[in-house]
Design a protein. Structure first.
Length: 227
């Protein structure tokens, strides 16, 4: 799931954009003023796309873009009621990838977002996965929160199991397939071994481990994962 940062102070637009992006499968984090967003952008962060309004309380979108481009190349899309050629050029010169004037057509916005994030989905699938507000990096084995802080480190086998669930998201994965893909034919762990891994995942990722929203046990068959 790709992560989009939306910095916008119009509540109606926040709700509209967030709803439609979530329906398209994106995870959206919102900030309603530039000062709060600036504190985030001054430190390492993990977003796949940043949508900036130009006219924001406290710190404007141009200043935010300038700060981001000091150390990060994440695609940036400007939204602004200031839609003159001079405004567009100013935004692009600061390092933005695209500029959309308000009021805009929702379909055009979604198309621009799709273009800016195309090619990232397969990369994201290979390198990381998001589970709720946490991100698992398959290359470092680390789990980070939505502030980019490391909170856990997995073993190689745990990562292999999570990669399998990521690949098969929404589908029931049998215990036999898990044993074959993660442990191999020359090892003979019990089904209880897999259960222990699932319990560990629930403790880390579930808000309520007794009522999971991500890791489900399918009695007599195996497990199902939803991000």
């Amino acid at each position: 799931m790709l992560r989009v940062c939306l910095v916008e102070d119009e509540q109606s637009l926040i709700e509209l954009i967030t709803l439609n992006l979530e329906m398209e499968g994106y995870h959206v984090q919102c900030f309603s003023d530039g000062q709060t967003a600036m504190k985030v952008f001054e430190n390492p962060f993990h977003f796949d796309l940043i949508i900036l309004d130009v006219m924001l309380p406290h710190v404007n979108g141009f200043d935010l873009c300038r700060e981001i481009r000091k150390h990060d190349s994440t695609p940036i899309l400007f939204l602004s009621a200031k839609g003159t050629t001079a405004d567009r050029v100013a935004g692009l010169k600061l390092g933005a990838n695209d500029y959309l004037a308000k009021p805009f057509d929702l379909e055009e916005l979604l198309l621009k977002i799709q273009i800016l994030t195309q090619g990232l989905i397969s990369t994201e699938l290979q390198k990381s996965m998001n589970i709720g507000k946490l991100t698992v990096d398959f290359t470092t084995f680390n789990v980070t929160n939505d502030k980019g802080q490391k909170i856990h480190e997995f073993s190689k086998r745990e990562i292999q199991l999570l990669e399998l669930f990521h690949e098969k998201e929404g589908k029931v994965v049998s215990r036999d397939e898990i044993l074959d893909r993660v442990w191999g034919a020359d090892q003979f762990p019990t089904s209880r071994t897999i259960d222990n891994y699932i319990l560990a995942f629930r403790k880390l990722f579930e808000v309520d481990a007794k009522h999971p929203k991500h890791f489900f046990s399918i009695r007599g068959v195996g497990y199902k994962f939803l991000s």
